[in-house]
Design a binder for this molecule. Structure first.
Ligand SMILES: Nc1ncnc2c1ncn2[C@@H]1O[C@H](COP(=O)(O)OP(=O)(O)OP(=O)(O)O)[C@@H](O)[C@H]1O
Ligand SMILES: [Mg+2]
Length: 316
């Protein structure tokens, strides 16, 4: 395996250093000196990717910790010191559209860059992919899934549904098979169980053996109104669109109401993405109808392009 991390020539461990903050704003959490900058390319790449996303501070903090630990381990190894193993299986808790799958994909890539995972792909599955119809079928299905996830991240969405039917349910067999694979050294994968916070907590409480196997637990809170607006602006600008002032004002009001009305089912980032994509389609129809093909027309989304009242936007 190639080693993406260079160790300081004098062998000193020097990851979280004091001198220079790489960026002046709060986007970078790890401190390291200018001269060490190129040694931390992997972390920089991850941070650059993460900075395209709004919020998600806890994720950045966690990855910084894991990075520092892996880096220091590498340095310890080079100095003939014992290297500790850590379990990297995780629980992601949060409502729909709060970035769980997005973050899992970024973490898979990061682990690959850090040589923790051989392939770094993300395999996203749900109950139906793991649970079979007769005795023994579930273990077989689950083992096949784990095989495919080898070298990457296995992401089980709505993991609590595996405990749906209690003791007799085949879901339990899927859990047991996964736990066995996690303990088996041959299986080189990171398991992430994801779902709504309350349901995940309940699920973990039903399976006392599980919490200790998932030492990393991350909360994905609902985005605030400001964060949702930021996400919307970022999504529009990434697609080279702008919003008129009126559209921005209306959107703010609309999001404020819809967040409140839909509560738990509000799909955060996904709702915003659907809103933007629908507005782009509606704008296209408006421009075509009006024969408006100047640059200023092409790049501007107006309030009318957003279907605020009888929104056909799929909120899920
Ligand atoms: N912080 C963010 N900044 C920008 N876009 C975001 C952010 N969080 C989520 N999104 C966008 O919202 C959409 C949904 O995100 P994602 O699929 O990661 O959510 P999720 O938590 O996995 O949802 P679910 O539980 O429903 O599967 C994606 O298009 C993603 O790019
Ligand atoms: Mg998801």
């Amino acid at each position: 395996m190639s080693n993406p991390i260079n160790t300081k020539r004098n062998g000193r461990i020097n990851v979280v250093l004091n001198q220079t903050r790489v960026e002046k704003d709060s986007k970078t959490l790890v401190y390291y000196s200018e001269q060490d900058k190129e040694k931390h390319e992997v972390l920089k790449k991850f941070e650059e990717k993460m900075n395209q996303y709004v919020g998600l501070k806890d994720v950045k903090r966690l990855i910084n910790e894991i990075y520092a630990w892996l880096y220091v381990n590498r340095c310890r190894e080079e100095n003939g010191l014992k290297v500790s193993k850590q379990v990297l299986h995780m629980i992601f808790k949060g409502n729909p559209g709060t970035g769980k799958t997005t973050v899992a994909r970024l973490i898979a890539e990061f682990f690959h860059d850090m040589n923790v995972l051989e392939k770094g792909h993300l395999l996203e599955v749900e109950r139906a992919d793991l649970v079979g119809e007769y005795i023994g079928h579930t273990a077989q299905k689950t083992r096949e899934v784990i095989k495919k996830a080898q070298g990457g991240v296995l992401f089980v969405d709505e993991a609590y549904s595996l405990a749906r039917g209690g003791e007799k349910d085949f879901g339990k067999e899927a859990i047991d098979t996964m736990v066995k694979a996690m303990e088996d050294q041959q299986h080189d994968f990171v398991l992430i169980l994801a779902g709504y916070s309350k349901e995940m907590d309940y699920f973990m409480s039903l399976n006392p053996g599980l919490p200790s196997r998932f030492p990393i637990s991350m909360e994905f809170p609902n985005y605030s109104l400001e964060e949702l607006i930021d996400i919307l602006m970022a999504m529009a600008s990434e697609r080279e669109y702008k919003l008129s002032q009126e559209a921005t004002r209306h959107l703010r009001e609309h999001i404020k109401i819809i967040r409140f009305e839909q509560e738990r089912s509000f799909s955060n980032g996904r709702y915003i993405r659907n809103l933007v994509e629908e507005a782009i389609r509606k704008q296209a129809v408006r421009l075509l109808r009006g024969g408006l093909f100047e640059r200023k027309h092409l790049e501007t989304l107006e309030a009318d392009d957003f279907n605020f009242q009888a929104s056909r936007v799929n909120t899920q």
